[in-house]
Design a protein around this ligand. Structure first.
Ligand SMILES: Nc1ncnc2c1ncn2[C@@H]1O[C@H](COP(=O)(O)OP(=O)(O)O)[C@@H](O)[C@H]1O
Ligand SMILES: Cc1ncc(COP(=O)(O)O)c(CN)c1O
Length: 356
């Protein structure tokens, strides 16, 4: 029964809530967050806030019996989580780091989770029989020991569910610079690639993994083939510098039943560098590769369409500023504002068969 005392006049309202014949966990959290939103929107109109909050929770509880077909398991930071949820995946996330902010800012405070922390979380999931994952997506991780454990876990999960898809985003660096300890490289190269179904390095990361410098389309194709030869079904280079002027080139390649399809896409380049786009890319590819059953052309097109609209909205939020002059904070990706573009991306750029 919320009550508001403002300007001397008090309003108190109550609502009858149809009761479900079960008890749920999480509804109190939901209630508080919804009341916060509606009290803000209505400027403390407790009647409307209570009504909308209860209406929302009632519909969530009604829908709770319908479950999603996919249960994704995430191991990283936050950008991809929202995208996966919007695209219909139920997400369990383990933050491999709990930082105050991403590493693009001048200062970084916080903690990297330890192997013991990780073991405890996995133990709890196992004790409750919650390890029925359909997908695993790994991203930013600074600890080689932890990455190695994640590799073991993926093997275990695959034993339990042979159709589980593991998408490995080997987050190590960009533009010739590593931003994680270099000890993670051999773990990706020797332990994680062998269990990955999909891998999505950027150009620099692909070079690190294969030791092949990518200077032209031929060396790019060679890199992709080396990664396929390691048993990876779908290899995606999220961006390379081989596009036409003011464009990046993205490439995706898949081998199904012995036949290979490789496509590329020209990505209009913004005059700024953003953080989180690689995370977004991996989460989007996971969703579309799943939906289209490894149709790399459609997956790459929809992924790029989505990211382009997120970046446009991000850059346009300061229309009087040159994108290259935006601060780190101003460049935080406008994900929530892009929810409908994430749900229904409009493909404007077609991917083409990749040819030399
Ligand atoms: N400056 C940019 N202009 C246009 N698109 C970008 C830009 N930076 C990133 N992207 C988009 O984000 C995707 C992933 O970025 P990329 O740089 O490859 O990953 P990472 O962040 O892991 O280095 C690219 O495929 C591209 O669509
Ligand atoms: C915490 C964290 N997570 C992930 C990333 C990777 O960012 P991106 O998706 O742009 O590759 C970074 C960038 N250094 C980061 O600081």
């Amino acid at each position: 029964m919320p009550s508001f005392k403002g300007g001397g006049s008090k309003t108190t309202v109550s609502i009858n809530i149809p009761q479900f014949d079960a008890s749920f966990t999480g509804t109190g959290d939901l209630f508080a967050a919804l009341m916060l939103a509606y009290i803000t929107r209505t400027n403390h109109n407790v009647k409307e806030s209570l009504e909308r909050t209860i209406a929302t929770i009632q519909s969530v509880l009604e829908r709770t019996a319908q479950s999603f077909p996919n249960k994704v398991y995430f191991q990283f930071y936050y950008w991809g989580i929202f995208v996966s949820q919007v695209l219909g995946f139920e997400v369990d996330a383990i933050n491999t780091v709990q930082f105050s902010n991403h590493s693009g800012y001048g200062h970084l405070k916080g903690k990297v989770i330890t192997e013991q922390d990780f073991d405890e979380l996995i133990e709890g999931l196992k004790m409750n029989d919650l390890m029925d994952y359909t997908h695993v997506l790994t991203g930013y991780c600074r600890s080689p020991q932890l990455l190695s454990k994640i590799g073991e876990l993926v093997k275990e999960l695959k034993k339990a569910n042979p159709t589980l898809m593991y998408v490995c985003d080997p987050v190590m660096g960009d533009n010739g610079r590593m931003y994680v300890p270099e000890e993670v490289l051999p773990i990706y190269a020797n332990e994680l690639l062998s269990v990955a179904d999909v891998i999505c390095p950027n150009q620099f990361e692909a070079e690190l993994l294969t030791k092949i410098p990518i200077k032209d389309k031929a060396s790019l194709l060679k890199t992709i083939n080396v990664l396929h030869d390691r048993g990876i079904k779908t290899v995606v280079i999220s961006s390379s510098e081989l596009g036409p002027e003011k464009h990046l080139l993205g490439v995706a390649s898949t081998v199904v039943g012995g036949s290979k399809t490789t496509v590329s896409i020209n990505i209009p380049q913004f005059d700024a560098s953003f953080t989180g786009t690689g995370d977004l890319f991996a989460a989007l590819m996971l969703a579309y590769i799943t939906r289209t059953n490894h149709n790399v052309k459609e997956s790459l097109e929809r992924t790029i369409a989505t990211i382009q609209s997120v970046l446009e909205r991000t850059a346009q939020s300061f229309p009087n500023k040159d994108p290259s002059a935006l601060t780190c904070k101003e460049k935080e990706l406008k994900l929530i504002q892009s929810k409908s573009d994430i749900e229904n991306p409009v493909v404007k750029i077609e991917a083409q068969p990749f040819s030399l």
